[in-house]
Design a protein around this ligand. Structure first.
Ligand SMILES: O=C(O)CCC(=O)C(=O)O
Length: 276
């Protein structure tokens, strides 16, 4: 597959991801695809959507998966530019390793703002293996279904924090012990030697970003009227995470698997050797 233009810049998305723990890739979806994805999301998620459908964190709503799925979002995983972007991030053949997750942040509080210097980050667990081993076995691709502007509830990351986390895990058992109990990272409670310079990942509708969960990150408050609307696609290396029946049963509901198009079934690895 030909590398897309955006991958030939001086710093490719993959290099940026390795350096910063996240990277933005512009223009993965066209306007019509964004509009249809967004409409399907807005039909399901409103400020009063119940907890049986979404996890609630401040004004942020995130679909419960695998039980909640939005069929219209499936085809987006197969968009050629999406697949190109993922191919640059994962080593070898890959598959979609989970139900697309929808996140909508309405105006209001989530975990502070960089502008007020009261933003608080966290890690999605402490890494069990070195960055070099795990970084390109999975790719969490967040597709923006609406523009995300500063103070608009963006995913926020401390660039390069994953390097500090991995170094501590490899060298400092007392730190690991402490951070198992304290997963809150602030300017006052950061990581020794790490610059505290959280960055909001702003982008346009149709853009995507990859982020690494062992970076210090969190969602910011949304101070705008514009809701932040994201669909997250978790792709995995097919070799590292084969589509065994047990894996598929955890990743997708029976109803979702039953209603999938043949191409989508191939993309998740149901019943065969097809790879993306
Ligand atoms: O919604 C976001 O931007 C951040 C989500 C987050 O912190 C997480 O998934 O762990």
């Amino acid at each position: 597959m030909e590398a897309h233009d955006s991958f030939t810049h001086e710093s490719s998305p993959r290099e940026a991801f390795d350096r910063d723990g996240y990277c933005v890739v512009a223009d993965l979806l066209d306007a019509a695809t964004v509009a249809s994805g967004r409409a399907a999301i807005e039909r399901l998620i409103t400020p009063t959507t119940p907890e049986s459908i979404t996890y609630i964190w401040g004004t942020r709503r995130q679909t419960r998966t695998p039980e909640v799925f939005i069929p219209e979002l499936d085809a987006i995983a197969l968009e050629p530019r999406v697949l190109d972007a993922v191919a640059a991030m994962i080593d070898g053949p890959f598959r979609l390793g989970g139900t697309p997750i929808v996140t909508v942040t309405f105006r209001g509080k989530v975990s502070g703002n960089v502008q007020d210097d009261n933003w608080c980050g966290h890690l999605d667990g402490l890494p069990a293996e070195p960055f070099e081993k795990i970084a390109h076995q999975r790719a969490s691709l967040w597709l923006a279904m609406a523009d995300i502007a500063p103070t608009g509830g963006a995913m926020t990351v401390v660039p390069g924090s994953h390097r500090h986390v991995h170094r501590r895990v490899a060298t400092d058992p007392a730190w690991v012990e402490r951070r198992r109990k304290d997963n809150q990272y602030t300017r006052q409670n950061g990581i020794e030697g790490m610059d505290w310079n959280p960055v909001e990942i702003t982008c346009k509708a149709g853009d995507g970003f990859f982020y690494y969960g062992h970076s210090v990150h969190s969602a910011s408050d949304n101070r705008l009227e514009q809701t932040r609307i994201i669909a997250t696609y978790n792709f995995v290396s097919r070799e590292a995470f084969p589509p065994t029946p047990e894996a598929l049963a955890k990743e997708f509901s029976k109803e979702h698997l039953a209603g999938m198009s043949p191409r989508m079934r191939e993309a998740v690895g149901v019943g065969g050797d097809a790879t993306l």
